[in-house]
Design a binder for this molecule. Structure first.
Ligand SMILES: Cc1cc2nc3c(=O)[nH]c(=O)nc-3n(C[C@H](O)[C@H](O)[C@H](O)COP(=O)(O)OP(=O)(O)OC[C@H]3O[C@@H](n4cnc5c(N)ncnc54)[C@H](O)[C@@H]3O)c2cc1C
Length: 395
């Protein structure tokens, strides 16, 4: 390890806690600021579906690393994972998505992912709980799991504390990136950035902003523009159903929804609103239309009758970027960001949280690291026009 750094992390979601724990374990002096409670943001609202079915080489490598880290954590702590294959499919008449699935599976296999194309008969034989009559093509990723994102955040935050990090929940902060020694830095000294808390100003060698849907306004106050837009998605949990335990995690690309087994029933999600949401003013409850559509789509996807009762439902925010890749890395000297997950932030948090921690610690150079180069926030000017598009798509 090089010099010990003082690092401030803003946001105790899956990404912030991962980075904080990695830096603290490496001997750095870490303070993690969270305006609410650990996992109270999007992480606590996520479905917890994790897979490695990516056609892009870097995405596949990130996903493989993340799955490995989830399993390591489950072996070492009370965090638990459930291995469950991830199936995605296109239905008859949806030629565009059928073609896309047929094309992407060989690329995933080239990335050494355990992914197989299944025709409807093979799908029915392996997963009898699914209705396969009008399926054109399906694929299965066998290296996939489900986990509880809130439990992940809690366990990793405990690890960060045990490694010496200071955890300050209930502390909403702002960031001042003005270089030390300039007039507006108000006497701050040393390189890095300043975290402004209700109690005063604290100077750090480096500050990571992993504030989820609030990342853009936090950085905007610091004079840094990033290209990210929050958007609203929805999920529900059904009453227990005997079909749930024998059904794989499913993404029905034609009907645009996903489901996984949860609490004896199904967690069903999507309900994406393809427009920017205000992170301080959005509806946290699921729409009635979403609930009835989701139940109908689930029912149609199952070979037996689907459950009809909903035990819980909610909305949450995801974050979009112009090219659907995240923004991970430095945005100014001593100031770092990790955001823009398009609904895939939990499954990538163990890998990308550690990656940005390595960059902050100086253990990885952006210039020589494929992942950090690909996700460099500087690839955008900050003023490009872009539309919000759903994260889970097949095209
Ligand atoms: C319904 C739903 C289902 C999803 N399903 C999946 C899934 O199955 N798999 C998957 O990979 N992803 C899924 N996602 C996406 C996933 O939730 C996110 O990508 C991931 O949780 C992002 O983690 P994060 O740490 O970046 O952000 P967050 O979890 O949002 O954490 C940011 C934290 O920063 C805090 N904060 C904000 N501003 C400040 C401030 N000024 N000062 C201090 N703290 C601040 C917030 O309170 C929050 O706790 C889903 C999302 C939703 C809404």
């Amino acid at each position: 390890m090089g010099d010990v750094k003082r690092v401030g992390v803003v946001g105790a979601g899956a990404v912030g806690v991962t980075a904080a724990a990695a830096l603290a374990a490496d001997g750095h002096d870490v303070t993690l600021f969270e305006r609410d409670a650990v996992g109270a943001g999007s992480t606590g609202r996520a479905a917890g579906i994790c897979y490695d079915a990516f056609a892009d080489r870097l995405d596949a490598a990130v996903a493989a690393r993340a799955l490995e880290r989830f399993r390591d954590l489950a072996a070492e702590t009370r965090f638990s994972v459930t291995d469950r294959p991830y199936v995605w499919l296109a239905r008859e008449g949806d030629e565009k998505r059928e073609r896309a699935i047929r094309k992407q599976v060989p690329r995933m296999r080239d990335n050494d992912r355990d992914v197989t194309l299944l025709d409807p008969d093979a799908l029915a034989a392996e997963f009898p709980g699914l209705e396969t009559d009008d399926v054109a093509v399906a694929a299965v990723a066998r290296d996939a799991l489900c986990a509880d994102p809130a439990e992940y955040a809690a366990v990793v935050a405990e690890r960060a504390s045990a490694a010496g990090a200071t955890l300050r929940t209930g502390t909403e902060v702002a960031v001042d990136a003005t270089p030390a020694g300039t007039e507006s830095a108000r006497g701050d000294s040393g390189p890095g950035a300043t975290v402004v808390t209700p109690a005063g100003r604290e100077r750090f060698d480096a500050v990571l902003v992993a504030a989820g849907a609030h990342t853009k306004p936090v950085l905007a106050d610091a004079g840094v523009a990033i290209q990210v837009k929050p958007y609203r998605v929805q999920a529900l949990v059904t009453a227990p159903s005997s079909a749930a335990e024998t059904t794989p995690t499913l993404y029905d690309a034609t009907r645009g929804f996903y489901c996984r087994a949860k609490a004896g029933g199904f967690l069903v999600g999507d309900g994406t609103e393809e427009r920017a949401a205000d992170p301080d003013d959005w509806d946290r409850t699921a729409d009635e239309d979403f609930r009835s559509d989701a139940l109908a789509r689930l029912d149609a996807a199952l070979s037996a009758d689907g459950p009809t009762d909903v035990t819980d439902s909610w909305a949450g925010l995801c974050t979009a970027t112009p090219d659907r890749d995240p923004l991970v890395g430095a945005v100014a000297p001593g100031l770092f960001v990790a955001v823009g997950w398009h609904g895939h932030g939990f499954m990538r948090a163990p890998a990308l949280g550690e990656r940005v921690a390595d960059e902050i610690a100086g253990e990885r150079e952006k210039e020589s690291d494929d992942v950090l180069r690909a996700f460099d926030p500087a690839r955008f000017d900050g003023d490009e026009e872009f539309a919000v598009v759903e994260g889970m798509t097949v095209e």
